[in-house]
Design a protein around this ligand. Structure first.
Ligand code: F6P
Length: 359
């Protein structure tokens, strides 16, 4: 390839700029021109594509957000086009391909999560060589052990737990921390373990409120007058259902539900008689500078994506398996989120963490 485009799809994620920098630098060293598609997949349709020079990627390694305009969930295969004061959804994929072709852009690096992978797969089917980089703080993309951004989110949530620990102790309270993760409990599980949580509730294990109450009361009985509870936004009780569906995939309609932690804090206060408070960590987990781990992983992924393009291994996603970077076919990935394997909870259980399923 002589000319390659790079775009970031979906929400922002710490490490995006580190990947862009790495892709650009690796391309430059192969003598390949690099074009940044601005504003996600929408930029392909709107023809918002700029060539990147070395100066454009200078100093961006530690920076949060993306240098490529905004990130969003636009989909060229179902694109909102203004019509009679409203919108209609049209397939604008051919327009996107024309915009690439007129600049001589022959292939695309798509940095994105589940939604972006599906779109990348569709472009690949249309004959556009694509390599994807797994991006999400949720760590829920199959066939890779890590997505970049996850480590930063976990560091943020762990620090929040350290802070909640001291205030919980001072007031003899039950402190809940609601963390992101969508349909998976990775952030809750990892930050809960790192932050010494007493209870960790994740969507992989529907919880029994009696189990949580029993764990908190047992701590009091041992003279431990406070408790730390981490609750994933996707956690739900046995017999209940997940209320996390904030985003209707590939649609601009956003459904804002959630609020799991706050509800649970009220319930626990009532059932235990102990004062309870909830902190919703929200987008703090997604903003700011990536950790050293994420900077390195992002850099490895960027280089691997360019290596895959050069080697003709397109229609793939770069992935981390057993600490090596490999490529896996995109069509094998889109769809199913990857969840925390239940065996992983063993370490937590062994040190007395309550996952809400054992009374
Ligand atoms: O997928 C990343 C993520 O931050 C999820 O953890 C969360 O459910 C969702 O995006 C939030 O989306 P938004 O920023 O649109 O509220």
């Amino acid at each position: 390839f002589k000319s390659v485009g790079v775009l970031t799809g979906g929400g922002d994620c710490p490490g995006l700029n580190a990947v862009i920098r790495s892709v650009a630098r690796a391309c430059f060293s192969h003598g390949i021109r690099v074009w940044g598609v601005r504003n996600g997949f929408g930029g392909l349709v709107e023809n918002d594509i700029v060539e990147l020079a070395d100066k454009d990627i200078s100093g961006i390694l530690p920076r949060g957000g993306t240098i490529l305009g905004t990130t969003n969930r636009d989909n060229p295969f179902s694109y909102a086009v203004p019509h009679e004061g409203g919108y209609v959804y049209k397939d604008m994929s051919q327009q996107a391909l024309t915009n690439l072709r007129t600049r001589g852009i022959e292939a695309l690096v798509v940095i994105g999560g589940d939604g972006s992978l599906r779109i990348a797969n569709e472009f690949d089917q249309l004959g556009l060589p694509v390599v994807s980089v797994p991006k999400t703080i949720d760590n829920d993309i199959p066939r890779t052990e890590r997505t970049f951004g996850f480590d930063t989110a976990v560091a943020c949530a762990s620090e929040a737990l350290d802070r909640l620990h001291t205030t919980a102790e001072s007031h003899h309270r039950v402190m809940l921390l609601e963390v992101m993760g969508r349909y998976a409990g990775w952030i809750a599980f990892y930050s809960g373990m790192a932050g010494g949580a007493d209870v960790i509730l994740i969507p992989e294990v529907p919880y029994k409120i009696e189990a949580v109450v029993a764990a908190i009361k047992a701590r009091r009985a041992q003279g431990k007058l406070f408790s730390l509870v981490v609750v994933a936004e996707g956690a739900y009780p046995v017999g209940g259902e997940m209320t996390v569906a904030r985003i209707v995939e590939n649609s601009p309609e956003k459904v804002r539900l959630g609020g799991v932690g706050d509800k649970l804090a009220h319930e626990l206060e009532e059932l235990t008689g102990f004062e309870s408070r909830c902190t919703v960590l929200g987008h703090l987990q997604r903003g700011g500078s990536p950790t050293a781990y994420d900077r390195i992983l992002s850099t490895r992924y960027g280089v691997a994506a360019v290596d895959a393009l050069v080697a003709g291994k397109t229609g793939t996603m770069v992935a981390l398996q057993k600490n090596s970077i490999v490529t896996v076919p995109i069509r094998d990935i889109a769809g199913q989120p990857s969840n925390v394997p239940l065996e992983a909870l063993h370490v937590g259980r062994a040190i007395g963490v309550c996952f809400g399923d054992e009374v």
